[in-house]
Design a binder for this molecule. Structure first.
Ligand code: DAT
Length: 176
Protein backbone atom coordinates (compact mmCIF):
# COMPACT_ATOMS: atom_id res chain seq x y z
CA UNK A 1 0.00 0.00 0.00
CA UNK A 2 1.35 3.39 -0.92
CA UNK A 3 1.01 5.69 2.06
CA UNK A 4 2.76 8.28 4.09
CA UNK A 5 3.49 11.86 3.07
CA UNK A 6 1.03 14.01 1.21
CA UNK A 7 -2.02 13.46 3.40
CA UNK A 8 -3.71 16.73 4.19
CA UNK A 9 -5.80 15.21 6.93
CA UNK A 10 -4.30 12.70 9.35
CA UNK A 11 -5.28 9.10 9.95
CA UNK A 12 -5.67 8.24 13.61
CA UNK A 13 -5.74 4.71 14.99
CA UNK A 14 -7.65 4.26 18.25
CA UNK A 15 -6.91 0.91 19.79
CA UNK A 16 -7.21 -0.83 23.15
CA UNK A 17 -8.86 -3.80 24.82
CA UNK A 18 -12.62 -4.11 24.16
CA UNK A 19 -14.51 -1.84 26.57
CA UNK A 20 -11.77 0.76 27.00
CA UNK A 21 -13.78 3.35 25.05
CA UNK A 22 -12.48 3.21 21.47
CA UNK A 23 -15.81 3.66 19.73
CA UNK A 24 -17.02 6.39 22.10
CA UNK A 25 -13.73 8.28 21.71
CA UNK A 26 -13.53 7.81 17.94
CA UNK A 27 -17.13 8.97 17.46
CA UNK A 28 -16.55 12.17 19.43
CA UNK A 29 -13.30 12.89 17.58
CA UNK A 30 -15.06 12.33 14.24
CA UNK A 31 -17.99 14.57 15.21
CA UNK A 32 -15.67 17.36 16.33
CA UNK A 33 -13.18 17.25 13.46
CA UNK A 34 -15.27 16.00 10.54
CA UNK A 35 -12.92 13.05 10.15
CA UNK A 36 -14.49 9.77 9.11
CA UNK A 37 -15.03 7.18 11.83
CA UNK A 38 -14.10 3.71 10.60
CA UNK A 39 -15.14 0.98 13.03
CA UNK A 40 -13.21 -2.03 11.72
CA UNK A 41 -15.61 -4.51 13.36
CA UNK A 42 -18.56 -2.93 11.52
CA UNK A 43 -16.72 -2.98 8.18
CA UNK A 44 -15.80 -6.64 8.73
CA UNK A 45 -19.44 -7.54 9.41
CA UNK A 46 -20.87 -5.44 6.57
CA UNK A 47 -18.43 -6.69 3.95
CA UNK A 48 -18.06 -10.16 5.45
CA UNK A 49 -14.30 -9.83 5.72
CA UNK A 50 -13.88 -12.76 8.06
CA UNK A 51 -12.53 -16.19 7.47
CA UNK A 52 -14.23 -18.11 10.26
CA UNK A 53 -16.22 -17.76 13.44
CA UNK A 54 -14.66 -18.45 16.82
CA UNK A 55 -17.51 -20.26 18.56
CA UNK A 56 -15.92 -20.26 22.00
CA UNK A 57 -15.48 -16.52 22.04
CA UNK A 58 -18.48 -15.72 19.86
CA UNK A 59 -16.25 -13.61 17.66
CA UNK A 60 -15.42 -13.37 13.99
CA UNK A 61 -11.84 -14.03 12.91
CA UNK A 62 -11.20 -11.22 10.51
CA UNK A 63 -9.25 -11.58 7.32
CA UNK A 64 -6.56 -8.97 7.89
CA UNK A 65 -5.38 -8.69 4.28
CA UNK A 66 -8.90 -8.10 3.03
CA UNK A 67 -9.52 -5.47 5.73
CA UNK A 68 -6.39 -3.58 4.68
CA UNK A 69 -7.42 -3.83 1.01
CA UNK A 70 -10.91 -2.59 1.85
CA UNK A 71 -9.59 0.45 3.73
CA UNK A 72 -6.66 1.17 1.41
CA UNK A 73 -8.26 4.01 -0.57
CA UNK A 74 -9.76 5.73 2.48
CA UNK A 75 -6.45 5.55 4.35
CA UNK A 76 -4.48 6.79 1.33
CA UNK A 77 -6.80 9.80 1.15
CA UNK A 78 -6.43 10.52 4.88
CA UNK A 79 -8.90 11.80 7.43
CA UNK A 80 -9.86 8.47 9.02
CA UNK A 81 -10.32 7.68 12.69
CA UNK A 82 -9.95 3.91 12.75
CA UNK A 83 -11.23 2.06 15.79
CA UNK A 84 -10.12 -1.53 16.42
CA UNK A 85 -8.79 -3.81 19.16
CA UNK A 86 -5.68 -4.50 17.15
CA UNK A 87 -3.35 -2.55 14.90
CA UNK A 88 -0.43 -4.78 13.91
CA UNK A 89 -1.77 -5.76 10.50
CA UNK A 90 -1.87 -2.20 9.15
CA UNK A 91 1.10 -0.74 7.24
CA UNK A 92 3.39 1.32 9.46
CA UNK A 93 2.74 4.53 7.53
CA UNK A 94 -1.05 4.15 7.58
CA UNK A 95 -1.41 6.25 10.75
CA UNK A 96 -0.09 9.60 11.89
CA UNK A 97 -1.01 8.85 15.49
CA UNK A 98 -1.83 5.60 17.30
CA UNK A 99 -3.84 6.07 20.50
CA UNK A 100 -3.98 3.18 22.98
CA UNK A 101 -6.75 3.53 25.57
CA UNK A 102 -6.26 1.99 29.02
CA UNK A 103 -8.84 1.22 31.67
CA UNK A 104 -8.44 0.02 35.27
CA UNK A 105 -9.32 -3.65 35.74
CA UNK A 106 -12.33 -3.17 37.98
CA UNK A 107 -13.87 -0.52 35.75
CA UNK A 108 -13.24 -2.59 32.62
CA UNK A 109 -14.71 -5.65 34.31
CA UNK A 110 -17.93 -3.77 35.05
CA UNK A 111 -18.19 -2.32 31.55
CA UNK A 112 -17.81 -5.75 29.94
CA UNK A 113 -20.30 -7.35 32.32
CA UNK A 114 -22.78 -4.57 31.56
CA UNK A 115 -22.22 -5.31 27.88
CA UNK A 116 -23.39 -8.86 28.57
CA UNK A 117 -20.15 -10.65 27.75
CA UNK A 118 -19.86 -14.24 29.00
CA UNK A 119 -17.71 -14.62 32.13
CA UNK A 120 -14.77 -16.21 30.31
CA UNK A 121 -14.83 -13.45 27.71
CA UNK A 122 -14.82 -10.78 30.43
CA UNK A 123 -11.88 -12.50 32.10
CA UNK A 124 -9.93 -12.93 28.88
CA UNK A 125 -10.32 -9.24 28.05
CA UNK A 126 -9.43 -8.04 31.54
CA UNK A 127 -6.36 -10.30 31.38
CA UNK A 128 -5.49 -8.78 28.00
CA UNK A 129 -5.64 -5.33 29.61
CA UNK A 130 -3.51 -6.38 32.60
CA UNK A 131 -0.89 -7.85 30.25
CA UNK A 132 -0.86 -4.58 28.25
CA UNK A 133 -1.28 -6.58 25.04
CA UNK A 134 -2.47 -3.63 22.95
CA UNK A 135 0.18 -1.25 24.31
CA UNK A 136 2.88 -3.77 23.36
CA UNK A 137 1.29 -4.34 19.97
CA UNK A 138 1.16 -0.63 19.17
CA UNK A 139 4.72 -0.08 20.41
CA UNK A 140 6.06 -2.95 18.31
CA UNK A 141 4.12 -1.99 15.18
CA UNK A 142 4.61 1.80 15.05
CA UNK A 143 7.39 4.28 15.89
CA UNK A 144 7.11 5.07 19.60
CA UNK A 145 6.81 8.81 19.03
CA UNK A 146 3.57 8.21 17.16
CA UNK A 147 2.01 6.12 19.98
CA UNK A 148 -0.02 7.82 22.70
CA UNK A 149 -1.17 5.77 25.72
CA UNK A 150 -4.15 7.42 27.44
CA UNK A 151 -6.20 6.50 30.52
CA UNK A 152 -9.90 6.04 29.78
CA UNK A 153 -11.54 5.49 33.16
CA UNK A 154 -13.81 8.48 33.65
CA UNK A 155 -15.86 10.95 31.64
CA UNK A 156 -13.19 13.55 32.44
CA UNK A 157 -10.60 11.25 30.86
CA UNK A 158 -12.84 10.85 27.82
CA UNK A 159 -13.22 14.60 27.41
CA UNK A 160 -9.49 15.20 27.85
CA UNK A 161 -8.53 12.42 25.43
CA UNK A 162 -10.91 13.70 22.77
CA UNK A 163 -9.51 17.21 23.25
CA UNK A 164 -5.94 15.97 22.88
CA UNK A 165 -6.69 14.00 19.71
CA UNK A 166 -8.68 16.90 18.22
CA UNK A 167 -5.71 19.22 18.91
CA UNK A 168 -3.41 16.80 17.13
CA UNK A 169 -5.73 16.72 14.11
CA UNK A 170 -5.97 20.52 13.98
CA UNK A 171 -2.22 20.93 14.29
CA UNK A 172 -1.61 18.33 11.57
CA UNK A 173 -4.01 20.12 9.23
CA UNK A 174 -2.44 23.51 9.90
CA UNK A 175 1.04 22.26 9.15
CA UNK A 176 0.25 20.16 6.08
P1 DAT B 1 -14.78 -0.08 22.95
O1 DAT B 1 -15.14 0.56 21.63
O2 DAT B 1 -13.34 0.09 23.29
O3 DAT B 1 -15.23 -1.50 23.07
P2 DAT B 1 -16.89 1.64 24.02
O4 DAT B 1 -16.59 2.95 23.40
O5 DAT B 1 -17.98 0.83 23.43
O6 DAT B 1 -15.56 0.73 24.10
O7 DAT B 1 -17.14 1.93 25.57
C1 DAT B 1 -17.59 0.91 26.45
C2 DAT B 1 -18.52 1.50 27.48
O8 DAT B 1 -17.83 2.33 28.38
C3 DAT B 1 -19.62 2.39 26.88
O9 DAT B 1 -20.77 2.18 27.66
C4 DAT B 1 -19.12 3.81 27.08
C5 DAT B 1 -18.28 3.68 28.31
N1 DAT B 1 -17.06 4.52 28.31
C6 DAT B 1 -16.13 4.59 27.36
N2 DAT B 1 -15.13 5.39 27.70
C7 DAT B 1 -15.42 5.85 28.93
C8 DAT B 1 -14.76 6.74 29.85
N3 DAT B 1 -13.56 7.31 29.58
N4 DAT B 1 -15.35 6.99 31.04
C9 DAT B 1 -16.55 6.42 31.35
N5 DAT B 1 -17.22 5.58 30.52
C10 DAT B 1 -16.65 5.30 29.33
Amino acid sequence: MKMGGGRRRPNIMITGTPGTGKTTTAQLVAETTGLRHVNVGDVVREKRLYSERDEEYDALILDEDRVVDELEDALAEGGCVVDHHGCNFFPEDAFDAVVVLRTDNTILYERLETRGYAAHKVQENVQCEIMMVLVEEAMSSFPHERVLVLDSNTMDDLERNVGQIVSFVEQFQRSS
